[in-house]
Design a protein around this ligand. Structure first.
Ligand code: UN1
Length: 480
């Protein structure tokens, strides 16, 4: 498989002619594709193409934009199985999750098509006669989208769909580790007849292409999902030139299991939250806090569930936990596990590489991890979670909240007063009552508080905030 850049409606090589090989995390000796390594010059060309396309696209009636989205969604549905298989081959995401994600990407496009019909302003009572006083949301201009490999279909789409529907033009930087999945999206839009330059798609390294986009004065807004240090660096540089920035960063998401919880459901949710996608979600469950009365029972059932889990080849539709994305991720996660042990954590299961070739780590569960130590505070992007024992709801909430991050949090309980306290006091942007910490419906806002994000939330109606500029119009009628 080979892939090129999509710039100004044309498929082309990198201006530097450089390419890179993408390997399969399950069979690292196998090259699954060769992709263009875009240069800073390609990034500049993509921004120029997006600027050129902006006036015509932003003045196109919304129903015409929406029509293109509906065709692109159908094109994506038609190739959903290929998208899923390519996603599995290049990132190691288990096929069962990859299939769900491919379908979700098409659903996001259909939701966005509907958004094209919604109001983009409000009318107010005037304060003088013969005046019409209203607001209008207008496109921001050229937006750059810098996307991660862990949701290589859903995240590019949930950024590009609102960006385009509100009349912006886009330069999409795909994750280095997931080029093929994202190129499917570009192909679907090309098939759907999107005008040249409205969506430009680049593959290659973040340090080169991402950096060029951040510094390009033609880029008016940047939406980024990824790591904290990269996000903060990008924000500081872009904000200094008055470029809008939206960041989706990490999480350290707690799951609270109360004494009255439905334990079987809580166990399933803990397993899925901690280990699906090999824990490589910013919404993954990093801490499982269990109330005294049910701690031992929960611990036993959870460890049994982990032992029964299907770990292995991600292309097998029965596999629940596959490999990590690459060798450096494997090394980082193994080092974090080592550090967890050094700092006094007890390893209950897992903790080791589980395959000679594949970047597979056995689902790993710790206990006795002190609250202030590395594993309890820092995001380890892998299949690693820890169990904590607590007694009162006050204590549980206080400890759940005692991290820098605030992306998602979950609780299992049947008690309404407990739910009320949780939804009022849990410090996270996404709260789950009796469901796992991960997951994001297409039509509701998604985003964190505290150190998990920056700027307005993504998805649903909330996306309009970031991708439009609000202007207020005082429109006085001329005298007769
Ligand atoms: C989900 O939980 O389905 O990168 C979505 C991430 C988040 C998206 C999570 N921005 O993991």
């Amino acid at each position: 498989m080979t892939g090129r850049l999509y710039v100004g409606g044309e498929w082309r090589e990198s201006s530097s002619s450089r390419t890179y090989e993408k390997r399969d995390p399950w069979r690292p000796s196998e090259v699954v594709g060769v992709y263009a390594a875009a240069s800073a010059a390609d990034a500049a060309d993509a921004v120029a193409a997006a600027r050129l396309a902006l006036p015509a696209w932003s003045s196109l009636p919304a129903d015409r934009r929406a029509a293109i989205f509906r065709i692109a969604a159908a094109a994506l549905d038609a190739r959903a199985e290929d998208v899923a298989r390519d996603m599995t081959a290049e990132t190691g995401k288990p096929l069962r999750e990859a299939r769900g994600e491919a379908a979700r990407a098409a659903t996001i496009l259909r939701f966005a098509a509907g958004e094209a019909w919604r109001p983009v302003g409000e009318v107010y009572e005037p304060s003088v006669p013969d005046q019409t006083l209203y607001t209008r949301r207008r496109p921001v201009g050229v937006v750059a989208l810098i996307t991660p490999w862990n949701f290589p279909a859903a995240i590019p789409v949930w950024k590009l769909a609102p960006a385009l529907v509100y009349g912006n033009t886009v330069v999409l930087k795909l994750a280095y580790e997931a080029p093929r999945t994202g190129l499917h999206l570009a192909e679907c839009f090309a098939e759907a007849g999107l005008p040249p330059g409205v969506l430009n798609v680049l593959t290659g390294s973040g340090s080169e292409v991402g950096a060029a986009l951040v510094g390009d004065p033609g880029v008016r807004a940047i939406s980024f999902t990824g790591s904290v240090p990269v996000g903060h660096g990008l924000r500081d540089e872009a904000n200094a030139r008055n470029c809008r920035v939206q960041l989706e960063l990490g999480g350290h998401n707690p799951l609270l299991v109360m004494g009255d919880a439905e334990l079987d459901r809580a166990v399933e949710a803990a397993y899925a939250g901690a280990f699906w996608s090999a824990g490589q979600k910013c919404t993954a469950t990093r801490r499982i806090l269990v109330q005294d009365a049910v701690y031992d029972e929960f611990r036993g059932r959870f460890l049994a569930r982990v032992a029964a889990g299907r770990v292995g080849d991600p292309a097998d539709p029965g596999t629940e936990v596959g490999p990590l994305v690459n060798e450096s991720a494997l090394r980082d996660v193994l080092a974090a596990i080592e550090r967890g042990r050094d700092e006094g954590g007890t390893l209950l299961t897992g903790g080791h590489r589980a395959h000679d070739d594949a970047y597979l780590i056995a689902p790993t569960v710790f206990e006795d991890v002190a609250d202030h130590t590395f594993l309890s505070c820092e995001e380890v992007f892998g299949p690693v979670t820890s169990l904590y024992r607590f007694s009162t709801l006050d204590e549980g909430l206080r400890r759940a909240n005692a991290v820098e991050f605030g992306l998602s949090a979950a609780i299992f309980t049947r008690d309404l007063r407990t739910v009320q306290r949780f939804t009022t006091e849990a410090e996270a942007g996404i709260l789950h009552v009796n469901s796992q910490t991960a997951g994001a419906d297409v039509h509701v806002p998604f985003g964190g508080i505290k150190g998990s994000g920056w700027g307005p939330h993504e998805q649903g109606r909330a996306a309009i905030e970031f991708y439009t500029e609000l202007v207020t119009v005082y429109q006085d009628a001329p005298a007769e």
